[in-house]
Each structure stands twice: as structure tokens, then as C-alpha cells.
Design a binder for this molecule. Structure first.
Ligand SMILES: NC(=O)c1ccc[n+]([C@@H]2O[C@H](COP(=O)([O-])OP(=O)(O)OC[C@H]3O[C@@H](n4cnc5c(N)ncnc54)[C@H](O)[C@@H]3O)[C@@H](O)[C@H]2O)c1
Length: 271
């Protein structure tokens, strides 16, 4: 990823996928990474630590990932300062654990705006910047990755609003990859299973209190555990790198095998 410049959204959470991915990407030696979030209580420390430990220029920036102005602002900043944009990881998102009765049109649209419009905006504005050429980057090129979820593919991993927003992300990535045909700009989604982050903390704490539920929850993965944010980060770092140069339009599960199976029944374990 030599000389690469990129942007990651949703990096403030100390245990989140965005932050873990910033570390994974920084190990691949890009030129600069913008670490962004709608909150900035812990962004500056992330940027300082990455710069100190890897030498990668890491810039903390307050960005609402669903705001056109903010997204254009950070992309313009990268072009002005570095004259190139090579990757954009559209990771910011919110959970929505409301029941069907509690959902309203406003709640549904808020979930769609933050989770799915943020990805649409990333594809729209980041791809235009990735087409920009300069003496250092003579050809159009880039990689956009978005965080969808296994909820995009199956029921049982989130509310209807959340799942719909994640399914929209997968489709935006598939159609985006084709809308950008011939431009050497790849668009992919990662679909994490249950990952231990701030978002899932209340849920996992509630499950941990009940040993029976905990055992059942572990069976969602063939590896009998939850995922770690850096395990998603490693996949994203691969997808934004030159190593993934022929991968586009895909929704790649990082889920311990959960979407590979029907609900697992221990009585069939050896048959
Ligand atoms: N944790 C899981 O099990 C899991 C599974 C599948 C998908 N995901 C997805 O992964 C992504 C990251 O979530 P996480 O698990 O790391 O959760 P997290 O809560 O730890 O981190 C999410 C981050 O996004 C930020 N954010 C929220 N709205 C934003 C906005 N409008 N603009 C910019 N930043 C915003 C938050 O401030 C936070 O720092 C989300 O899109 C989530 O839906 C998580």
C-alpha cells in the first residue's frame, strides 16, 4: 500500500471495527490514513499512536459519515493535501434493536440514512476522487469497502430496520462495482458475524448472565466464539490493498461460518 491515502469512518469507539481496521491498515505501510467519526473523544489518541508506532501519517477528523458536506470535506482535504485518494472504508453505523412495534418511519429512515446513505455517499464522492490523477497517481484506481453484516443475508442478526439497511449496503456495493466499470475502482462489502464491540456489548452481557443462553449463542459460529474487531480489520486491510486487485462487487462474510449453516443441532454433530 506504498503511497496510499485513505479514509476510515467510525473510528472513535475504543473496541470498534473502525479502530481495529486503522491499526491493521497502518501495518501495510500506506502514506496517510484519515481516522474519522461523529464523536472525537478518542480519535486524537488513535491518530497519535498510529503515527508514533508506524510512521504512517494519521489524521483525526470529525466527520458525520451520513452528511454529504462532511464526506466531501474530508475527501477534498485528502486531495488538497496528498493529491490522491486510494481507499475509503465506510464503516460507521448504528445498531437498532427496537422491536417491530417500536419501529417508526422516522427510526427506519434514520437507520437507513446513517447505515446505508453513508455508504452510497462514500461510493459517490470517493469514486470521483479516486478517478483523479496526478503525477504520483497517473491512473484512476481505488478500493471502497463498506461494513454490512450477516444481517444482510439472513434473519436473526438484527431488527428489520437494521437488516434492511445492511442489505442495502450489499446491493450498493454490488451495483456500485458495476457502475464504476472500467475505472479500476473496486467496491466490496464485509459482512461480520457477532463481533465483540461497543455495539454488541449490552447484548453479549445479557447473554453471559445466563449460561444456557451463552452456550446456545456460541453455537452461532462453527468456531464456538464471537469474532474480534481485528479479524474484520484484517479482511478490510486485504481488500483495500493491491493484493485484492481482482476482487470487486463481493459481500464477504467474516462470521466464523455462521451463514454457512442452518441452525446447528448438536445431535447431528457426527452425522
Ligand atoms: N459488532 C458487530 O457484531 C457487528 C456485526 C456486523 C456489522 N457491524 C457493523 O460494523 C460497523 C462498526 O460497528 P462496531 O461494531 O465497531 O460498533 P461501535 O459502536 O464500536 O463503533 C461504531 C462507530 O461508529 C460511529 N458512528 C455512529 N454513527 C456515525 C456517523 N453518523 N458518522 C460517523 N461515525 C458514526 C460511532 O461513534 C462509533 O465510534 C457498523 O456499521 C455495524 O453495523 C457490527
Amino acid at each position: 500500500m506504498e503511497n496510499f491515502v485513505g479514509i476510515i469512518t467510525g473510528c472513535n469507539s475504543l473496541t470498534g471495527i473502525g479502530r481495529a481496521t486503522a491499526y491493521s491498515i497502518s501495518k501495510k505501510n500506506p502514506k496517510a490514513i484519515y481516522v474519522t467519526d461523529i464523536k472525537d473523544s478518542d480519535l486524537a489518541t488513535l491518530a497519535e499512536e498510529i503515527t508514533k508506532t508506524t510512521g504512517v501519517e494519521c489524521i483525526a477528523k470529525l466527520v458525520d459519515a451520513s452528511s454529504d458536506e462532511d464526506v466531501k470535506g474530508v475527501i477534498d482535504d485528502a486531495i488538497k493535501k496528498y493529491d490522491r485518494l486510494d481507499f475509503y472504508f465506510a464503516n460507521a453505523g448504528i445498531g437498532n434493536a427496537k422491536s417491530m412495534a417500536e419501529q417508526t418511519k422516522e427510526v427506519f429512515l434514520e437507520t437507513m440514512t446513517i447505515n446505508a446513505w453513508s455508504v452510497f455517499a462514500a461510493v459517490k464522492y470517493a469514486s470521483a476522487a479516486m478517478e483523479h490523477t496526478s503525477s504520483q497517481k497517473p491512473k484512476s484506481a481505488g478500493s471502497i469497502v463498506a461494513t454490512a453484516s450477516i444481517a444482510a443475508a439472513r434473519s436473526g442478526a438484527g431488527s428489520m430496520s437494521y437488516a434492511a439497511s445492511k442489505a442495502a449496503i450489499v446491493n450498493i456495493c454490488q451495483t456500485g462495482a458495476w457502475r464504476l466499470h472500467g475505472k479500476n475502482i473496486r467496491v466490496n462489502a464485509v459482512c461480520p458475524g457477532v463481533i465483540e464491540t461497543e455495539m454488541t456489548k449490552p447484548l453479549l452481557e445479557a447473554v453471559t448472565e445466563d449460561p444456557r443462553k451463552q452456550r446456545l449463542a456460541m453455537l452461532h459460529s462453527a468456531l464456538e466464539r464471537y469474532g474480534r474487531p481485528e479479524e474484520v480489520g484484517a479482511m478490510v486491510a486485504f481488500l483495500v490493498s493491491r493484493d485484492a486487485s481482482f476482487i470487486t462487487g463481493q459481500a464477504i462474510a467474516v462470521d466464523g461460518g455462521s451463514t454457512a449453516a442452518l441452525p446447528y443441532l448438536p445431535c447431528f454433530a457426527d452425522s
